[in-house]
Write a protein that binds this ligand. Structure first.
Ligand SMILES: [Fe+2]
Length: 261
């Protein structure tokens, strides 16, 4: 006979989820995440409206790079720990996502492309590419809100597939918004490979669809995972709002500093 604890665990594992909820998963997940569209946040329009002298300040650009690259790094590193995708067919699909980030032509990566994009507009890079390592270590260089996002990505990506869906669904929106905001000041910015390759090959649209498809398949097999998947997606999307809020604070601090000079 199973000990009480084990029995209770199995009971919990069989939590009934209405099959219609699983059918509606892609629509529900998209609707949940869409409430957190990054482009609605003030950071992007405030960057576009900055005087050029502030927008081109190397230290300001270096701070923006550190926060944005850290958030991206946290998700790129965490995607290697996604659960429930261990069959050969699922591993192949996961591998394609890894390749899109870390297996670019000539040994290039999305991380390196992003740093070059900021270097090319004069950013004073604060943290070297290879110093982006463990989540915990990275947090020592970050403000609390970005640190919260970084830690949450590490924890939640390994627990359920919801956070991955949230980030992939939203990424094309923030990449477009970021490229457009800085291109007001640096017209070549949007043509950097980090953006242009992604936009022309519809990489993020593909990731959004793939994360939804793969997660939907897992939910059909294991409907009991649905509540946690949705809850974790919401937590990740809320934490992402915090990253844009923090970037917005950098913009406002830069403005105030310049007014005082
Ligand atoms: Fe992606």
């Amino acid at each position: 006979m199973a000990p009480d604890g084990a029995l209770a665990y199995r009971e919990w594992d069989r939590v009934d989820v209405d099959p219609r909820a699983v059918d509606e998963f892609p629509r529900k997940m998209t609707a949940l995440v869409e409430q957190h569209r990054p482009s609605r946040m003030p950071f992007f329009r405030r960057v576009a409206a900055l005087p050029f002298a502030i927008a081109s300040d190397p230290d300001f650009l270096g701070q923006v790079h550190l926060v944005y690259q850290s958030a991206m790094h946290a998700t790129r590193a965490a995607v290697y720990y996604l659960p429930h995708l261990d069959s050969p067919a699922m591993r192949k699909r996961k591998l394609q996502i890894f390749i899109d980030d870390d297996g670019l032509k000539g040994g290039d990566t999305h991380h390196y492309q992003l740093t070059r994009a900021f270097q090319n507009i004069g950013a004073n890079i604060q943290l070297g590419d290879e110093d982006f390592g463990s989540h915990d270590e990275l947090c020592r260089h970050l403000d609390p809100e970005t640190g919260h996002f970084v830690r949450l990505a590490q924890k939640l990506y390994a627990r359920s597939l919801g956070p991955w869906c949230a980030v992939e669904i939203l990424s094309v929106d923030w990449m477009q918004a970021l490229a457009e905001a800085f291109s007001v000041h640096f017209p070549q910015f949007i043509h950097e490979p980090y953006f242009e390759e992604c936009f022309s090959q519809h990489v993020e649209e593909r990731h959004a669809q793939e994360s939804l498809n793969v997660t939907h398949m897992v939910m059909q097999e294991r409907p009991e995972l649905l509540p946690e998947t949705m809850r974790d997606a919401k937590m990740m999307a809320e934490a992402l709002d915090g990253v844009w809020n923090n970037l917005d604070r950098l913009v406002q601090t830069a403005r105030r500093r310049t007014r005082r000079l």
